[in-house]
Design a protein around this ligand. Structure first.
Ligand SMILES: [Zn+2]
Length: 118
């Protein structure tokens, strides 16, 4: 992949990293704040649902953040855009949609079916 393209994806990744970092921090800040409130039982039920939802969401964001960090280091190594499993080039359309991915479509499918060891 040429330098211009790498820069393009690097920008995309850095932007996404920034917005996700803010989101994760906000979610966690919200959880802590809520713990200190005095609530009745009904509120607590709603709150624990909200917390679970936020937790699930923020751990998903964390996962993406981790993948973004790995993608950025692949940009540095100039291995970005190559599947980390089969070493074929990752489809450009896929990279544009999910710039932090390290797998081509075929390997992603295998992973989702649980047939890929990482
Ligand atoms: Zn692959």
């Amino acid at each position: 992949m040429d330098g211009k393209k790498l820069d393009f994806f690097k920008d995309k990744l850095l932007q996404k990293q920034l917005s996700l970092t803010h989101m994760v921090q906000r979610t966690e800040g919200y959880g802590r704040e809520k713990d200190q409130d005095i609530q009745d039982v009904a509120d607590m039920a709603v709150d624990s649902y909200t917390k679970e939802f936020n937790f699930g969401k923020s751990s998903g964001d964390r996962h993406v953040l981790q993948q973004i960090r790995e993608a950025l280091s692949r940009i540095k190594d100039k291995t970005y855009g190559v599947c980390t499993n089969c070493e074929n080039p990752i489809q450009p359309k896929r990279l544009e949609a999910v710039p932090w991915t390290g797998l081509c479509v075929q390997c992603q499918n295998l992973l989702e079916k649980g047939r890929l060891e990482q």
